[in-house]
Design a protein around this ligand. Structure first.
Ligand code: ARG
Length: 475
């Protein structure tokens, strides 16, 4: 409140504050303007990319004879010093200099003098920030892709170890058919595999260099955009200067991919919460990823899993917020676009956090196979096997088999037993052609072992899938 009062439209300083465009302005901005306008608090994260981009631009200006060799050399050396200062933590940030681009340039000028002013020839902050941001997201993609690979490896290890452990598979969270735990874990391996593919795909489209688009229209200087693109590891320069400075779909795609992946992490987190409850008691979480309660001494809460679930919401929020920022903007650059960074940085940071937490939880997870098996005894879980037996052995149409099995389930329910607790006589009262052989399909072991179709839950299949998954991970 007092801040606001103080700031009410008064210039922050009497001099025309901005060294980079002061020529046009008689007075500096109001304090409140400085506050709303400055992005340095968050875009200082882009310092390395900004300096990398400036060096590439400088080398190109020299190669094209647009600035002299001497000035070029001084700029490169000065930029190195700026980077060293920032990394050593003895760099002074000042909101009046708005953003990282102006901070770097203004410090460069203090270090090397007037030659620093030549660096901004044939570029603008608009193509500069677009370049920096692409470089930053490209690094983030590479890190996340690798992190997802580690999560997949943890899943494959556990899947192999628990290829034969049987638990109920659910639909509607009701016991459906018995499955193997390894098979369940490999389902997530597949999801994360597609997420990695999506990341690689985003990277491919993102990897074009906007530098040299200048403010929006290109430049009259004889620049070499292919050289700067190459220098920065881009596949090529962007093809349209307006699009170059206006596009943020690379960030949107990154956030969309992160959102989808976070949704996968969140579903697994939700299962971990359920599995680790006293009612299910399928798994134990290590003390490294749980917390206690200050009042209930018995508690071991799955906080890491819960936070993975919650942070998915936060990441999806970042996607939404950037979509909404972008949707009404005319071409080319508008300052609205400065709001692209915080959401993206925050999403990326939390994204890598949840992948790391999930990897740790999976690596440390203890599996209670006996509990899993016991819970397959409830819910008539082999009813489908019984129906399939009627089809296969008695040549019954599946719909009729379904009906007969339903009647048998009702009988078992009334008797208070599982399907294999019915006697042959009781079964024959419903369908006289049933023989002793039917009991061979009513055990959960036989049920899972029989599901040998490609991608099915049989332990043999799971082991084959583990082998294939390891190959995919290695390639
Ligand atoms: N800080 C700005 C951003 O993040 C840099 C670009 C500023 N361009 C401008 N024309 N004011 O978007």
């Amino acid at each position: 409140m007092s801040d606001q009062k103080k700031a009410s439209g008064k210039p922050a300083s009497e001099k025309s504050a901005n060294a980079l465009w002061g020529g046009r302005f008689a007075a500096g901005p109001s304090e409140i303007m400085e506050k709303i306008n400055a992005s340095i608090d968050f875009d200082k994260k882009l310092y390395a990319q900004d300096i990398q981009g400036s060096k590439a631009h400088c080398k190109m200006l020299v190669a094209q004879g647009i600035i002299s060799r001497e000035d070029g050399a001084a700029i490169l050396k000065g930029l190195d010093q700026v980077q060293t200062e920032i990394e050593a933590g003895n760099f002074t940030y000042d909101a009046r200099l708005e953003d990282i681009h102006m901070h770097v340039e203004s410090r460069l000028k203090e270090i090397i003098g007037e030659a620093a002013g030549r660096l901004h020839t044939a570029r603008s902050r608009n193509d500069q920030v677009a370049t920096d941001f692409r470089l930053w997201i490209r690094d983030a993609i590479d890190q996340m892709e690798a992190a997802l690979g580690r999560l997949q490896a943890a899943l494959v290890d556990k899947a192999e170890k628990f290829a034969e452990v049987i638990l109920p598979g659910f639909t509607h969270l009701q016991s459906a058919q018995p499955i193997t735990f390894g098979h369940h874990l490999l389902a997530y391996f597949e999801m994360f595999s597609r997420d990695r593919d999506r990341l690689r795909d985003v990277r491919k489209r993102l990897n074009e260099c906007p530098l040299g688009a200048a403010a929006l229209a290109g430049t009259s200087f004889d620049i070499d955009r292919f050289m700067t693109a190459r220098e920065l590891g881009f596949d090529r320069p962007t093809a349209n200067s307006l699009d170059s400075v206006s596009a943020r779909d690379f960030a949107l795609e990154f956030l969309a991919t992160a959102s989808i992946c976070a949704t996968h992490v969140s579903r697994l987190a939700e299962e971990i919460v359920i599995w680790s409850s006293a009612q299910f008691d399928y798994i134990t979480l290590s003390h490294k990823f749980t917390t206690g309660s200050s009042i209930m001494p018995q508690k071991k809460n799955p906080d890491a899993a819960e936070l993975c679930r919650a942070k998915a919401g936060r990441i999806i929020g970042a996607l939404n917020s950037l979509l909404i920022v972008m949707k009404g903007l005319p071409l080319a650059y508008s300052k609205d676009m400065q709001e692209d960074k915080e959401a993206t940085f925050d999403a990326a940071e939390n994204f890598s956090l949840i992948i790391a937490a999930m990897t740790g939880m999976i690596e440390d997870m203890g599996v209670k196979s006996d509990k899993m098996l016991t819970s397959t005894k409830a819910g008539f879980i082999t009813a489908t096997d019984l129906a399939d037996w009627l089809v296969r052995v008695l040549d019954m149409p599946f719909r009729e088999a379904h009906h007969v099995t339903g009647t048998l389930v009702a009988r078992a329910e009334a008797k208070g037993c599982d399907l294999d607790g019915l006697s042959l006589k009781e079964m024959q009262e419903v369908e006289p052609r049933i023989t002793e052989d039917v009991f061979s399909v009513l055990s959960v072991e036989n049920s899972v072992a029989s599901r040998q179709s490609y991608g099915g839950t049989a332990p043999d299949q799971v082991r084959a899938q583990v082998k294939a998954a390891r190959k995919r991970l290695a390639s």
